[in-house]
Design a protein around this ligand. Structure first.
Ligand SMILES: Nc1nc2c(ncn2[C@@H]2O[C@H](COP(=O)(O)OP(=O)(O)OP(=O)(O)O)[C@@H](O)[C@H]2O)c(=O)[nH]1
Ligand SMILES: [Mg+2]
Length: 361
């Protein structure tokens, strides 16, 4: 899974990127090139996997990961330039950092704190970028159709006209209702306003206890209830300090700020929810591992996430929910109790399933 971090300049994008990916990069200042970006990998925290590892004591424990991309700040009005946001086109989701922290010494593009306005402005940049792509393609299509009639091209033309209308009304494409054929047609364009987006409000340290009320405090209820849109908050500065601590110190530090979990944990959890992602596990002496899949994935496709050979030679999946396995402490015990179920190709994998794939390869 890949997520792109976007936002206006000096809102805390790189700060968040560093926290998420635990990157210790000193040269995080961008040289000014619009297409420059940093890539980092965040580990998805999962206490269930840690518990499984305690039982199986494997040589290796592999958490799921999310790849984050940190790009230069958006400049209003420049999104028509296709290369500017080009780096973001192949991400699965966008994380939009919104500045809420007050700091006189750090300039704010609009000169004042107003998350609702900033969210609207960023959405507008995404729309404008998509619209310019739609218009170019429509031009081309109309010319091609004049030369040669084609049902396939006509279908694309109709769909892109719908997209154009939507964008001209300043509505993001993620709100369009599309059937699976239409989704397929649009996939290649990698439209930005079609991607799920998580707005992350970057709060002042003093506001750490307000995270739960953030949506109502800034009247973001209507925004957060839109399809494929999430809103959450972090305290960038607090999290940056937290990232330097470990274990008990980190827990004490969190308690001091009245926080239940680190912003990193929450952010990754919310991103998973937003994208409809779940985890299943494989266990053994060699490796205990978490795998990420879309909710509603079949056992066959889940096998393919591990290796295409396992999908190709799939016989069956042996499944036990992780909480049951943690209780019984071994697969043999689970089997003896009749809790290790045999499932076929079409079984829909559930979050927390521990799976042993039987295959003939
Ligand atoms: N007071 C305060 N300052 C912060 C916070 N988060 C980031 N900053 C500061 O704001 C400045 C900009 O932070 P960055 O993370 O570099 O922001 P950015 O969005 O990556 O900036 P560009 O890449 O230049 O667009 C830095 O000086 C940070 O130390 C915060 O939560 N509180
Ligand atoms: Mg930056």
């Amino acid at each position: 899974m890949k997520a792109g971090i976007i936002g206006f300049p000096q809102v805390g994008k790189t700060t968040l990127f560093k926290i998420l990916t635990k990157a210790h990069l000193d040269m995080m200042k961008f040289s000014g090139s619009k297409t420059e970006s940093h890539v980092g990998v965040a580990t998805v925290p999962d206490p269930r996997l840690d518990e499984l590892s305690k039982i199986f004591n494997p040589k290796k424990t592999s958490h799921a990961t999310v790849e984050y991309l940190d790009v230069a700040g958006l400049v209003k009005g420049e999104s028509k330039d296709a290369t500017y946001l080009g780096n973001l086109r192949n991400v699965d989701a966008l994380v939009h950092v919104v500045r809420v922290f007050a700091d006189e010494s750090i300039s704010h593009v609009e000169g004042s704190i107003d998350p609702k306005r900033d969210i609207a402005n960023v959405e507008l940049e995404l729309l404008v970028s998509d619209l310019s792509i739609v218009e170019k393609r429509l031009d081309r299509l109309e010319k091609d159709i004049k030369k040669q009639k084609s049902a396939v091209l006509e279908k694309e033309l109709e769909l892109l006209k719908r997209c154009k209308l939507c964008l001209e009304e300043e509505k993001p494409l993620r709100g369009l209702e599309l059937d699976s054929d239409e989704k397929k047609i649009l996939r290649g364009f990698m439209f930005l306003s079609e991607k799920p987006i998580l707005h992350v409000l970057n709060l002042s340290d003093g506001d750490s206890n307000k995270i739960d009320q953030i949506i109502s405090a800034f009247q973001l209820g209507a925004i957060s209830s839109q399809v494929n849109v999430g809103v959450t908050a972090v305290c960038g500065k607090v999290e940056a300090e937290l990232a330097e601590l470990s274990g008990e110190d980190a827990e004490l530090f969190l308690a001091d700020y009245g926080l239940k979990e680190s912003g990193l944990d929450r952010l990754i959890r919310v991103t998973y929810q937003l994208l409809g992602l779940i985890s299943f596990f494989t266990v053994g002496d060699d490796e205990c591992r978490a795998w990420t899949i879309q909710q509603g994935t079949t056992a066959l496709k889940a096998a393919g996430v591990i290796h295409s050979d396992i999908e190709r030679c799939f016989i069956r999946a042996e499944v036990v929910p992780c909480d049951k396995l943690l209780e019984l402490k071994s697969l043999t015990a689970a089997r003896d109790k009749g809790l290790l179920r045999m499932e076929g190709k079409g079984y829909l994998v559930q979050d927390g399933d521990v799976i042993n794939f039987r295959h003939s390869g």
